[in-house]
Ligand binder design. Sequence first.
Ligand code: ATP
Ligand code: MG
Length: 180
Amino acid sequence: TPVSVEHVLSEAVDRSRLLAEQTGITVLARPEPGLLVCGNEIQLTTAVGNLVDNAIAYSPERTRVGVTSRVTTDADGTEWVELAVTDQGIGIAEPELDRVFERFYRIDPARSRATGGTGLGLAIVKHIATNHGGGVSVWSVVGSGSTFTIRLPLAGRDAEAGDVAAEVAAPALPASVIDT
Ligand code: ATP
Ligand code: MG
């Protein structure tokens, strides 16, 4: 089933509105209009929502979270949609970067405001991305912030949104260091 990426992003951001308001964190969605992926809208919204929840939970108050989507093209011409959630939070040290997608793995819970998490959020994100023919990656600098990216095969573009897409600048995302 074709799913609107724009819709997924706005749903996921809406869902975290209360959490964002409580922490004074501004969540900004900047989707490239008209992108379609194939799959389950509820699952994809859950995946992006988990990333937004983390971005809020592991960031100081009154920082910003950016949620973007854009298209990238492989060397072999395959087009992918990259959904990225970027925060200005505590960051993740390199030894932990490849472990955060493991079930129940949490980095020193005392370090963050987030208590009572189960350590399942990112495992679910990875599971959903993989089930949709894609993957997840993370890039982070300790004390500076993190970017989590979900990559999904581009299923098409909504023709009506085509003209608007060119006006939206692509975000300058860093290269991924972990790609699962
Ligand atoms: P929950 O199951 O409620 O999501 P959780 O947030 O602890 O619990 P995950 O979402 O899987 O579990 O994240 C695993 C761990 O990775 C977190 O405990 C945290 O240490 C780290 N982490 C995840 N996202 C970020 C982020 N945006 N910035 C810094 N650390 C993060
Ligand atoms: Mg989480």
